[in-house]
Design a binder for this molecule. Structure first.
Ligand SMILES: Cc1cc2nc3c(=O)[nH]c(=O)nc-3n(C[C@H](O)[C@H](O)[C@H](O)COP(=O)(O)O)c2cc1C
Length: 144
């Protein structure tokens, strides 16, 4: 079996992303834990982030814990893809955090779902990550 690419996620007190992450059947790490957000990924990893429109002038949507983890050049280099949770009610800010990070890092958005995600979303996301594991194991990826 190939290495299971770990998923680093942020989830607020409502915990919707956490419950999704925990159903992925692979190593998942919680960026709200200080030691996790101050660590360095030991290989390729995937980010899972909700978007949070702050209403400030810049309308930042990237959670601070995610921003903190991405300050590390090693983590930025080893990140191979981005997944997002959002809510279409936020209009043009739908999935803004995940899409913004993907655009700025040149990494693909691998999967997006709304709010807590459906059982179908969980299955589809597992499949996407399994394909990624295989591609990385075969060396078909720059970060492998
Ligand atoms: C205050 C607030 C702001 C939000 N802003 C956005 C947004 O800009 N874009 C978006 O797609 N979703 C937005 N959402 C939806 C959340 O990203 C979504 O519900 C996510 O699943 C929350 O995950 P969590 O419970 O793990 O924190 C917002 C939700 C809240 C409560």
């Amino acid at each position: 079996m190939s290495r299971q690419t770990p998923v680093y996620y942020y989830s607020s007190a409502s915990g919707l992303v956490r419950s999704f992450a925990e159903r992925l059947d692979r190593p998942v790490l919680d960026l709200s834990v200080r030691d996790v957000r101050q660590s360095e990924a030991d290989g390729p990893w995937v980010l899972l982030t909700p978007s949070y429109k702050t209403g400030n002038e810049a309308n930042d949507t990237i959670p601070e814990a995610v921003r903190r983890f991405l300050r590390s050049p090693v983590n930025r280099r080893r990140m191979v893809g981005v997944m997002g949770s959002g809510n279409r009610n936020f209009g043009r800010y739908y999935q803004h955090a995940a899409r913004d990070i993907a655009a700025r890092s040149g990494r693909p958005v691998l999967f997006e779902f709304e709010i807590a995600g459906t059982p179908w979303d969980v299955e589809e996301c597992r499949r996407v990550l399994e394909d990624l594991d295989v591609a990385l194991a075969a060396g078909h990826h720059p970060a492998a």
